[in-house]
Design a protein around this ligand. Structure first.
Ligand code: IMP
Ligand code: MG
Length: 334
């Protein structure tokens, strides 16, 4: 499985960051490449008690042997990127596609002031929608026009395709989640691009036949930030009682919550042609799962929850998150 694509199965915030951070340590990929929209996504992971957050770099930053690439379809906020590169001291292993679009202050201002975006859609206010609109109008500046990015420019699709030609391991990191897709989500309460597995592959410049595995990441309950419908949404109080109340990593906004939705999950599996699944935060549903690393040691109710979903979906849940720490995971891949 040299080429693994990971995507979110719900509305983002499924815990992809932790899964990718784990896989990058465990599987030691030569390349981790980020697709998706841009700095509207915040991926969080915890390693040895330290919490890290990335909005531009792939979540594989903690493996110094992994090259960190950003695909041409991804929008770059130069300041956010340079800050992360400095923080993780990744100057010599960060590569940005020369054709990445660049977010300017004017895009951020529009994202935060236009009523439709701010109040109706409830965007993250990071400028991604207006920047993608300008890209469609063919007026957006690209990374190759920005002197501060000149050190990092590369043809990312070439690098990824050459690595795969040599049978090297590549992790493709999707951002957001299936139901935030501009095409397949609940328009207009969506992000500004397609973020299903096919869209993510297009972002980085690989064709469908290059992909060996599509890992769709679900969380043990569903959360959503911003506008748009959420089936079986819990009241704030109920979400709090269940310990499901979360806050957005980019905007700090409170996330809405609902129980795991198998129909939503099944459709996400089809939209992404999933070959395997991950389930995060099982310890939030079943506290006795916390920190467990062997399947047999999970409490019976947790195993039942997992096996029900496997039965309904016909796919294996190969990774099960049992806590925020990187290695708090049940890895059932053989
Ligand atoms: P935008 O992507 O900032 O334009 O926001 C559009 C919608 O997608 C809003 O409902 C956001 O809350 C949501 N959204 C965008 N990125 C993420 C993400 O990474 N996690 C969760 N929600 C997101
Ligand atoms: Mg997030």
């Amino acid at each position: 499985m040299p080429c693994l694509v990971t995507v979110g199965g719900f509305y983002g915030d499924e815990g992809k960051g932790k899964i990718i951070a784990y896989l990058s340590k465990k599987d030691n990929p030569v390349i981790a490449v980020r697709g998706g929209v841009g700095p509207n996504a915040g991926h969080t992971f915890t390693f040895e008690g330290m919490e890290y957050k990335v909005r531009m770099l792939p979540s594989a930053v903690l493996n110094p042997a992994t090259r960190l690439l950003i695909g041409a379809g991804v929008l770059v906020d130069t300041q956010v990127l340079l800050k992360e590169v400095a923080m993780f001291q990744s100057e010599d292993r960060t590569y940005v596609d020369a054709q990445c679009g660049v977010i300017e202050q004017s895009h951020i201002d529009r994202d935060r002031s236009e009523d439709h975006l701010k109040s109706q859609v409830g965007t993250t206010g990071t400028g991604t929608g207006p920047a993608n609109a300008d890209r469609a109008l063919r007026t957006l500046r690209l990374a190759k026009d920005v002197p501060e990015l000149s050190l990092y420019l590369e043809d990312v699709s070439n690098s990824v395709n050459f690595a795969l030609d040599s049978n090297e391991r590549v992790i493709v990191e999707g951002t957001q989640g299936t139901y935030l897709s501009l095409f397949h989500g609940g328009y207009p309460y969506v992000t500004s691009k397609d973020v299903t597995a096919s869209g993510i592959c297009s972002d980085i410049g690989i064709g469908p036949k290059r992909v060996d595995d599509v890992l769709v990441v679900f969380k043990a309950y569903v959360t959503r930030v911003g506008g748009g419908p959420l089936q079986n949404e819990l009241s704030e109080e109920e979400a709090k009682n269940r310990g499901w109340l979360e806050f957005g990593s980019v905007t700090g906004r409170q996330r809405r919550a609902s129980p795991f939705d198998i129909e939503l999950a099944k459709k996400a599996i089809r939209l992404n042609s999933a070959t395997q699944l991950a389930m995060t935060k099982i310890d939030v549903l079943y506290p006795q799962s916390a920190g467990v690393r062997e399947y047999a040691k999970l409490p019976a109710e947790a195993r039942k929850f997992i096996e029900n979903i496997e039965g309904e979906s016909g796919l294996k849940i190969s990774l099960i998150g049992t806590g925020p720490e990187l290695y708090d995971i049940v890895d059932r891949r053989s």
